[in-house]
Design a protein around this ligand. Structure first.
Ligand code: SF4
Ligand code: SF4
Length: 218
């Protein structure tokens, strides 16, 4: 991953119309069943030998966190935690790449309560896109219990626009992170935060570097 290729991909996306994805989304027949499957930890994904990431370690942008704070009155640290599955040490500091939604002791998203999302109106962009993401070929559809239903074209178009916006924002965030921490950011350097880590952690999130403090891992 380098800034040149990321900028190239952003350039391609700018010229791609979101309606190119509408047909695939419409064909999936998505209608959220509010089952909460994607909000709970269902499995772990082996990203590298050093990273075993829960399926619901949900990466969020600072804008998502501010939106939830505005909607709920909660504090930043109640909403989000440093992405402990995407860390690296630069010899002096422990860096986390971005934020994830805070999870509870059972491993569920902490906003999943009584069988539903308790912040549905303010949920992060990634939750609004699920189960659709972009890959090199177009739309990638994740596991979801709400597929195969009736879906209007209008809704499919709205989701296609959201998925494209999310992808552009994610890539721009990667560019900004790379500009801040340079070539230290490669997959081989990334690892989970050591379980017994206690102390300062610097979160690089595309807007800047924020200091957080980990006293006790969830
Ligand atoms: S997006 Fe899919 S998996 Fe997630 S709550 Fe809705 S129906 Fe369930
Ligand atoms: S914010 Fe809501 S939709 Fe997103 S993972 Fe948490 S409970 Fe699920």
């Amino acid at each position: 991953m380098d800034t040149t290729s990321l900028r190239g991909r952003i350039g391609q996306l700018i010229h791609m119309h979101s309606r190119d994805m509408t047909r695939d989304i419409l064909g999936s027949g998505f209608s959220c069943a509010r089952c909460g499957w994607c909000c709970r930890e269902n499995f772990k994904i082996r990203i590298t030998p050093n990273i075993l990431r829960p399926s619901n370690a949900i990466s969020i942008f600072p804008d998502d966190i501010r939106c939830i704070i505005r909607g709920t009155g909660m504090q930043w640290e109640e909403v989000a935690q440093p992405d402990i599955y995407s860390c690296l040490s630069d010899g002096e500091r422990m860096l986390a790449i971005g934020w994830i939604l805070r999870r509870n002791e059972a491993g569920d998203c902490s906003f999943y309560r009584e069988g539903e999302c308790s912040i549905y109106e303010f949920r992060p962009m990634i939750c609004r896109c699920y189960p659709f993401f972009m890959d090199e070929r177009g739309v990638d559809v994740m596991h979801c219990n709400g597929l195969g239903n009736e879906m209007t074209r209008e809704r499919a178009e709205e989701m296609a626009r959201m998925v494209k916006r999310y992808e552009m924002k994610k890539l721009r965030s990667y560019v900004s992170i790379l500009e801040q921490i340079g070539d230290k950011l490669n997959l081989a350097n990334l690892r989970e935060l050591p379980y017994d880590y206690c102390g300062e952690i610097f979160v690089c999130d595309g807007e800047g570097i924020t200091v957080d403090c980990i006293n006790k891992l969830p």
